[in-house]
Design a protein. Structure first.
Length: 879
């Protein structure tokens, strides 16, 4: 009868509990420490559970986990087995018994919680904590960019905090040391576009997160290794997730506009089921936050549309509205739980709040924030209870890579990107096939057999901007693509998926692109100003040469500004490295299309088909080779047709499609045609009906199938680059050596190239250009495009070593490269002084070609420095 707790919680329900006994058939709710049985019609004391004697008519007090050894070593004082697991409580006579309010029983012998619980929450630029005993608030880390989701991992040695940053597109972790987050490291750093939910598996030691932009749930080890897509497909807008590793359960919310819901599955991704249909139990639609009560085995969630908090059992039964219609519950975002309270963040009031988890009573604001608070957790060991059995605990469950917890104390082995399980279901081997989907601002790679599962980290903005065509080199696990925005050619390894610029100057509107994987050359088109070109270079962007140029000035059409401009474009390009052939689509004016073919050195050029005789040839693009049958396929987007040509007989065939199908891009793989139809990817084999592989895939512009073992064969350039000093181009069974722009073939040795003499080199911002100084060579190109130049404010040339040097005032570097594009190196880097701008320390540049030195001016330090031509042995000569 005496209130010992400051908020009076030790007495507020006592009258009700005294009457809620097994003799009270009218009881409809049971408050702790009483247990509901007989379908909610009666309550019994928790001490009567699992005692071998049935006290409930429905026997629910003696089933489920009662037969297990629950209590040894579980509780600090008294322990009671229950059908749902151990229940900890405290005997009379404890010095401070009244303050032990947690039903988890994480209390010391004085009846007092030995570990202080903290609320931790993110508010975009900080992660803050609230001491739940003193209510002191402190910043754990500041100066973040845009932190959304967070979780923690409690270990005996330290606590680790994990968080996502949607500006950096990374997942971080740090150690909590003396009230601050230290030892920060990136655990997932590529392929993230919108990681909104985050959850730590503290038993199996894995990390789960929601990738809402890809509509999938991913998993990796706690250090970010062995990342893979876990659950995908039939997801619209996944948002929050929560785990109970003791039972191998995963829960998540989905904002699907047609069917907002909460789903669950095993942490292996199996046994997926919907446990709550939001629309059937409330007027909600935006299930934002999600948390679990590990003692009562209930799921709690908040709905931001109906501004309400709900709970159900793990199986979705026994729905309860905890709180609704409260002034302080105006736009909730995330939720957590500890003891008898739920905690949540609210956007409208910019607050961190709490209330009674059972009744919603005693709503209290713990912290007001200047900016919107996002995710929230309660940092306490009881929020990560130990599991009796850990099937991944010994030798990683005998799994070679990922060990994922399943239902009923089982485990499943899983594999990271670009790998699959071997027949032993334990060992991962290479996954040979990836379907590449090119969108306007990203490149995705999905499993061809499970096309909703992404098998590579997604490459997205700013690394990708309006890609046009894509190809690959399987020997290095690399993909290459052209981009119309910025006029780039880029490459990336399939994992980790960080792009590198290969070409960024000298080309316009590069819609056609292809890779010769045998010779390691690339071919890229350039279209603009009434002319079209095809350039070739090696896969490093070296030895750029102009293979083909075609001009027409009598074709024009009106542009967006209403003026007329020349229209000439190559819309697609493909090569056959074994036969030494190249094919491309030319588009002139409004309706003139032609598919051209030639040897790779542009000899024996011919028109294969044109819109003059082939009326289907409109909006033509997406050339694709069937190498086995020597067939060339393409899409005619304006006539909604797919055609192919037998390149031996020149016979033309139209693929039979359904009248509703509108193909926009295609690729061939092992005799199967894969094509894009609206927002779906379909497959078609022979005359069979098309099959939908993947739907709800908008804005795809190009597709390609990566197969590590499909790029076979040899040609005349296979060995030692065909003996060529620059480019080797296969032509049927022979080869042709081709020199870079600015070089000519040595008349004494056709495999060697000689640089042209007497040229003027000048810079225009991000470009360096060359002009011939001999009167008869005014139309001769003397300098190939030099890429990756940001601001060449000062340039010089070393004629002895044939190196161009430039001082880049944007990057604060001095770089050199040979005229043919080889030997690129940054020889002088930006000083480490953080307060020094590049343009402040680096201005003039001069090369001493006799002694092999370079000189530059540093106005910031008021010095002139010298170094060897490779940047070594720096020395101040004037101060």
């Amino acid at each position: 009868g005496v209130e010992d707790c400051p908020d009076g919680y030790d007495e507020i329900y006592c009258d009700y509990v005294k009457n809620a006994t097994s003799k009270d058939p009218g009881a409809v709710d049971c408050l702790e420490p009483y247990w509901k049985c007989d379908n909610g019609s009666s309550c019994i004391d928790v001490k009567l559970l699992c005692d071998g004697k049935p006290h409930c008519k429905d026997l629910t007090d003696e089933n489920f986990l009662c037969g297990e050894a629950q209590c040894p070593g579980t509780c600090p004082d008294l322990c009671q087995p229950t059908p749902r697991g151990p229940y900890c409580y405290f005997s009379q006579g404890y010095k401070d018994n009244a303050t032990c309010a947690t039903e988890t029983g994480d209390c010391g012998k004085e009846g007092k919680d030995v570990v202080t619980p903290y609320v931790i929450f993110s508010n975009r630029h900080e992660i803050r904590s609230v001491d739940l005993r003193t209510y002191n608030v402190r910043a754990l880390i500041s100066s973040l960019k845009n932190t959304i989701a967070l979780d923690f991992h409690h270990t005996p040695a330290t606590d680790f905090i994990y968080w996502t940053d949607v500006i950096d597109d990374k997942i971080y972790r740090g150690s909590l040391i003396r009230g601050s987050i230290a030892n920060i490291e990136v655990v997932v750093q590529t392929g993230l576009t919108s990681a909104e939910g985050l959850a730590v598996d503290w038993v199996g030691e894995n990390l789960y997160w929601v990738e809402s932009n890809l509509d999938q749930i991913e998993v990796a080890k706690l250090n970010g290794s062995y990342r893979r897509a876990l659950i995908a497909g039939d997801m619209e807008s996944p948002r929050a997730l929560a785990l109970d590793p003791r039972y191998g359960l995963l829960f998540w919310t989905d904002w699907d506009a047609r069917q907002p819901r909460i789903e669950s599955s095993a942490m292996t991704g199996e046994n997926r089921t919907v446990i709550v249909q939001i629309a059937q139990i409330s007027n909600g639609a935006w299930p934002n936050g999600l948390t679990l009560d590990y003692t009562t085995l209930r799921v709690y969630w908040i709905d931001a549309r109906s501004d309400s908090i709900h709970s159900v059992n793990y199986d979705g039964s026994d729905h309860k509205i905890v709180l609704k219609g409260h002034d302080l519950l105006s736009h909730p975002f995330a939720i957590s739980l500890y003891g008898i309270h739920i905690y949540w963040t609210d956007w409208r009031s910019n607050s961190v709040l709490r209330a009674d988890k059972r009744t919603g009573a005693s709503v209290t604001a713990l912290q007001r924030t200047l900016t919107q608070p996002f995710d929230i957790q309660v940092l306490h060991p009881s929020r990560q209870p130990k599991a009796k059995i850990n099937p991944c605990g010994v030798n990683n469950g005998n799994c070679s890579h990922l060990c994922l917890l399943g239902l009923n104390s089982t485990r499943s082995c899983a594999c990271p990107h670009l790998m699959r399980l071997n027949e032993d279901a334990k060992t991962c081997v290479d996954n040979d096939v990836v379907l590449l989907l090119v969108r306007s601002n990203e490149i995705r790679g999905v499993d061809l057999n499970q096309p909703f599962y992404h098998t590579i980290p997604t490459i997205s903005l700013p690394q990708v901007a309006y890609p046009t065509e894509i190809d690959f080199d399987s020997s290095t696990n690399s993909i290459y693509w052209s981009e119309s925005r910025g006029n780039h050619v880029k490459m990336s390894t399939l994992s980790p998926g960080v792009s590198t610029v290969i070409i960024d100057t000298g080309i316009e509107n590069p819609q056609g692109f292809s890779v010769d994987w045998i010779t390691k050359n690339m071919f890229v088109s350039s279209s603009g100003h009434g002319k079209i070109n095809i350039f070739a270079c090696n896969l490093r962007g070296e030895y750029v040469t102009n293979l083909y140029e075609h001009r027409k000035t009598d074709i024009s059409e009106r542009n967006d500004e209403g003026t007329f401009e020349d229209v000439a474009v190559i819309t697609s390009l493909a090569v056959d490295p074994v036969r030494g052939k190249i094919y491309w689509v030319e588009h002139w004016g409004e309706a003139t299309y032609a598919i051209e073919g030639a040897n790779m050195d542009m000899t024996a050029k011919m028109t294969l088909t044109s819109s003059e005789t082939n009326l289907e040839l409109k909006g033509t693009k997406s050339l694709s080779m069937d190498f086995e049958n020597n067939h060339l396929y393409w899409v005619n987007t304006e006539t909604s047709t797919i055609q192919f040509m037998d390149l031996e007989s020149r016979a033309l065939t139209k693929i039979a499609l359904d009248s509703s199908e509108r193909p926009e891009a295609l690729t061939m793989y092992k005799g199967v045609l894969y094509f894009l139809d609206g927002s779906s990817v379909q497959s078609k084999k022979g005359n069979e009906m098309s099959q939908i592989l993947r739907n709800n895939t908008d804005n795809v512009t190009s597709i390609k199938i990566y197969n590590k073992y499909s790029q076979n064969g040899t040609n005349a350039c296979s060995n030692n680059n065909g003996g060529c000093s620059h480019l080797c181009l296969p032509v049927r069974t022979s080869r042709v050596c081709k020199c870079s722009i600015g070089y000519m073939t040595d008349p004494k040795d056709g495999t060697k190239c000689i640089a042209r003499d007497q040229l003027l080199v000048y810079s225009i911002n991000w470009e360096m250009r060359g002009l011939p100084l001999t009167p008869n060579d005014t139309d001769v190109e003397v300098l190939p495009p030099i890429s990756r130049v940001s601001m060449a404010t000062s340039i010089d040339y070393d004629p002895v070593e044939d190196y161009l040097y430039w001082a880049d005032s944007d990057h604060g570097t001095i770089t050199r490269v040979r005229r043919d594009g080889t030997g690129r190196k940054v020889v002088v880097g930006n000083p480490e002084n953080s307060d020094t701008l590049a343009i402040e320390w680096l201005t003039g540049l001069a090369v001493d070609w006799v002694a092999g030195n370079i000189y530059w001016a540093d106005p910031k330090q008021k010095v002139i420095e010298v170094a060897r031509s490779d940047g070594l042995h720096r020395h101040v000569v004037v101060q």
